[in-house]
Design a protein around this ligand. Structure first.
Ligand code: SAM
Length: 456
């Protein structure tokens, strides 16, 4: 039997809708499993499952499969995300009147749940910066964002303080803050073992520090979304109170249908609106979210004079890889070229002066002696050209490709082919007629043992 910290329960009695008995009973049950479907990469996977009420693409699963064994997962057909946190979609739909021409920062983004959700909502003219300060986690974020396949989602790895060098730059900032994690007690054994009042205090101070650091980067009238997976008022309502006392900011009320069973709360001092998810009321885990609008006058960073560095030769060599036209082709690293929306080139020139950009635009690959060597991410991109050579594979072949094992596959036509599973790109092979070379990057390889029964 799971025993929850009494001091936390005592604090939750301050919330009118809190019901100790049913809350404790819900913690004796397993966590709910859910996925969010990709809006563009269509796959049959989970389409018919029960929908998460507040998210069009959210689906509940009746059991937790081994996602690693599903090639559609590797292709980015869906993202495994906790259902309550998909409520971010509902909040953004209410607070954003237009999803075009926005600059959005997801400050604490790894492994990428909120970022893939935001990317699915934004128009291609908008730019999403997915940031993760911890380097090892940033590489997981980069992999997940690459799998999701949008060229207007870029990945950075910076301390929140660094963003103060970009005053008034962002229209929206999402801070899904590191927290004490009590909302995940059902999902993660360690969250319960490691929980302490001292850690809640520490997290609360860190959350204030993170918010203060990133505050200058939000433009006047810009939206701040603050979220945690903690039940502790010190990390939720009290942070809203702190924000309202410290800055010129106003709370935004979200209209939530009663049928959602989301608990609307008001912060004790400043009367700011917040939304709580309790696992005995919703089909999901513990979560807190609030949206606020910056009212403070903010000077906006003036961009230096802009001159495009788009390389026409690269466009000729690699343009065939993409569906979209009207793109710029820029050198984003040694021997590396990326395509991006022309309106984002000035952003790229500016941001690389201040941030550590791990990924900007869609990396296309590099020019070889005789031919273009396509980058892995082209195969996963929603912009990959329909005219590329696609080779359809079955599940066994797909998993062998993803494990970088010998594939039982003959491709008589020489050259580059995208390995395609149920119409979804997985990566590149190059056929030499009598054999094929697997170009899946080594660090993307499935490491899990797969038995004969799993191939089917
Ligand atoms: N938004 C993510 C998602 O939906 O998949 C989950 C984010 S998780 C709740 C919080 C993230 O903040 C972690 O990835 C953690 O590494 C990062 N983090 C830890 N300390 C931080 C700090 N001092 N400043 C900013 N981010 C931090």
């Amino acid at each position: 039997m799971k025993v929850l910290p009494q001091s936390l329960i005592n604090e939750l009695h301050g919330i009118a809708a809190f019901d100790e008995q049913s809350f404790l009973a819900a913690h004796q049950q397993a966590a709910v499993t859910s996925v969010r479907l990709h809006p563009v990469k269509h796959s049959a996977a989970f389409q018919g499952n029960e929908q998460v009420p507040w998210c069009r693409e959210g689906r509940y699963l009746t059991e937790r499969p081994i996602f690693t064994l599903d090639p559609a997962y590797h292709a980015g057909a869906y993202y495994v995300q906790e259902a309550s946190s998909m409520f971010l979609q509902y909040v953004l739909q209410q607070v954003l009147t237009d999803t075009r021409n926005l600059r959005v920062l997801d400050l604490c983004a790894a492994p990428g749940g909120k970022s893939t959700l935001i990317a699915s909502m934004l128009h291609s003219s908008s730019l999403l910066i997915s940031n993760e300060v911890i380097r090892t986690r940033a590489s997981i974020l980069e992999e997940n964002m690459t799998r999701w396949g949008y060229m207007n989602t870029w990945v950075t790895s910076n301390d929140p303080r660094t963003f103060s060098k970009l005053p008034g730059y962002f229209d929206v900032i999402v801070v899904d803050a590191p927290c004490s994690g009590s909302g995940l007690f059902r999902k993660d054994e360690r969250a319960l073992e490691e929980w302490s009042e001292a850690n809640v205090q520490l997290c609360s101070q860190r959350q204030q520090r993170i918010l203060a650091d990133v505050w200058p980067a939000l433009k006047e009238d810009g939206i701040l979304v603050y979220a945690t997976c903690s039940y502790s008022p010190q990390e939720d309502e009290e942070i809203l109170d702190w924000l309202c006392a410290e800055f010129d900011i106003e709370s935004i009320q979200i209209n939530v249908p009663e049928s959602f069973d989301v608990v609307s709360v008001i912060s004790p001092m400043q009367k700011a609106n917040g939304y709580r998810f309790f696992p005995d009321k919703v089909k999901g885990e513990g979560f807190f979210i609030a949206a606020l609008r910056k009212k403070e006058g903010t000077e906006t960073l003036r961009q230096a004079k802009f001159k495009s560095n788009s390389d026409k030769k690269i466009a000729q060599q690699s343009g065939h890889l993409l569906q979209a036209d009207d793109l710029v082709y820029v050198h984003t690293g040694d021997d590396q070229v990326s395509a991006m929306n022309p309106t984002h080139e000035p952003d790229w020139q500016l941001l690389q002066q201040h941030l550590f950009l791990r990924k900007a635009g869609l990396i296309l690959g590099s020019a070889g002696a005789k031919e273009w060597i396509p980058a892995h991410e082209v195969a996963l991109s929603v912009n990959a050209a329909k005219e590329l050579n696609y080779i359809s594979v079955n599940k066994e072949q797909a998993l062998k490709f993803l494990k970088k094992e010998e594939m039982p596959l003959i491709v008589s036509e020489r050259g580059w082919h995208v390995v395609s599973y149920e119409g979804l790109g997985l990566g590149w092979i190059k056929s030499l007629g009598n054999r094929i070379n697997n170009y899946l990057p080594k660090h993307w390889r499935i490491r899990m043992e797969i038995t004969d029964a799993d191939w089917a």
